[in-house]
Design a protein around this ligand. Structure first.
Ligand code: PLP
Length: 394
């Protein structure tokens, strides 16, 4: 079968690849600990489940408008106003089938062949692939570990060409947990305004910030920046609703209209019942969100302390999301492996712990561990990694 060029160039998701290997080992009866999960280990809160059940019983089981229910758009608008003092109207909002599809649709409507998109490393695995699928060219800039993995305005300035169209920002970040401050965002925003670059601000981990850190959207910083920014967000990580597939994009009306037209020919609409559930997520109590955040922060503190004691592990302490992204260059050297991929494979083979190699995030010196799993399981996983290091040190 001859496949299209555009899919032949796709790199499979490294997160899914390691999960598949871990599952195969599990199926053979091995006791595998998976730390690859990109989703909260909590159940969707009860009041949200109830609203979905009511929606079904009340017959909300038909097509909705392509861009989402008016009521849900209003809930999103209210949330943005309350949390970030950002004002939007329904024509500036589209509800999508998860944040991932919001990003996919956005790149499809913005990019022409050869347009450049600045994607700071370490990046979420899907950005470069989605940009390429839309005919764009990802341009990577290294978010240096010594700068908390964050892009600087000088670095951005250096890679701008006459083809640069978009900068992607992801704060809090997957995989690093880094959070940009207002000052940092303002300085980066100034460069974007000077060169007429649009900003795609992926804020899916907005609710998961620790140690008193606060999430700030670049769109909050000035009217000019708001006009240049498309915010991407959704309920997946904030409300433990990854399977419901509800995300959104807000920003420039023409862009949102184009996305809505494209959605009308691709998804038709996000699932009607899930949209009703998302209304309950945004309008109802936010207590479960706060509880999840507390649990994640507690785990982060405990796991971080143990992680940095493992020989060869160095780790910038994350401030948000639910991942640790240690540098394991020394651990790889100590155990005589050549690459992070080989090292991760060996940890899975010998200790049955599934980590995600940083290579898929554009950071081949690091591995990603998700702490979206219970504390005893995390402690056992770290014990096994420590054991691996002890046994395999040359
Ligand atoms: C940075 C980032 N953006 C977007 C998404 C997609 O989220 P959704 O489940 O809403 O499609 C993820 C999910 O892993 C993510 O980590």
């Amino acid at each position: 079968m001859k496949l299209a060029k555009r899919v032949k160039a796709l790199t499979p998701s490294s997160t899914l690849a390691i999960t598949a290997k871990a599952n195969a080992l599990k199926a053979e009866g091995h006791d595998v600990i998976g730390l690859g999960a990109g989703e909260p280990d909590f159940n969707t809160p009860g009041h949200i489940l109830e609203s979905a059940q009511n929606a079904m019983n009340e017959g909300y089981t038909r097509y909705t408008p392509a861009g989402g229910l008016q009521k849900l758009k209003e809930s999103i608008i209210q949330k943005l106003q309350q949390n970030q003092e950002l004002s939007y109207v329904p024509g500036e909002v589209i509800v999508t089938t998860g944040a991932k599809h919001a990003l996919y649709t956005l790149f499809q409507v913005l990019l022409d062949e050869g347009d450049e998109v600045v994607v700071p490393t370490p990046y979420w695995v899907s950005y470069p692939e989605q940009v390429k699928l839309a005919g764009g060219t990802p341009v990577h800039v290294e978010g240096k570990e010594e700068n908390g993995f964050k892009l600087t305005p000088e670095q951005l300035q250096d890679v701008i060409s006459d083809k640069t169209k978009i900068l992607i920002l992801n704060s809090p970040s997957n995989p690093t947990g880094a959070i940009y401050s207002s000052e940092e965002l303002k300085a980066i925003g100034d460069v974007c305004l000077k060169h007429d670059i649009m900003i795609v601000s992926d804020e899916i981990y907005e609710k998961l910030t620790y140690f008193g850190e606060r999430h700030v959207s670049i769109a909050q910083l000035s009217t000019e920046l708001k006009e240049k920014t498309i915010i991407i967000n959704g309920v997946s990580k904030s409300h433990a609703m990854t399977g419901w597939r509800i995300g959104y994009a807000v920003g420039n009306r023409d862009v949102i209209q184009a996305m809505t037209n494209l959605a009308s020919h691709s998804t038709s609409n996000p699932t009607s019942i899930a949209q009703h559930a998302a209304i309950a997520a945004y309008d109802g109590t936010q207590e479960p969100v706060e509880e999840m955040k507390k649990a994640f922060e507690d785990r982060l503190n405990k796991v971080y302390e143990q992680l940095v004691k493992i020989p060869g592990f160095k780790c910038v302490k994350p401030k948000g999301a639910f991942y640790l992204f240690p540098n394991v260059t020394e651990a790889i050297e100590l155990t005589g492996f050549n690459t992070v991929d080989e090292w991760v494979e060996a940890v899975l083979e010998y200790e049955k712990v599934a980590l995600v190699p940083g290579s898929g995030f554009g950071a081949p010196d690091n591995v990603r561990l998700s702490y979206a799993t219970s504390l005893p399981v995390l402690e056992e996983a770290l014990e096994r990694i420590k054991n691996f290091m002890e046994i395999h040190q040359k």
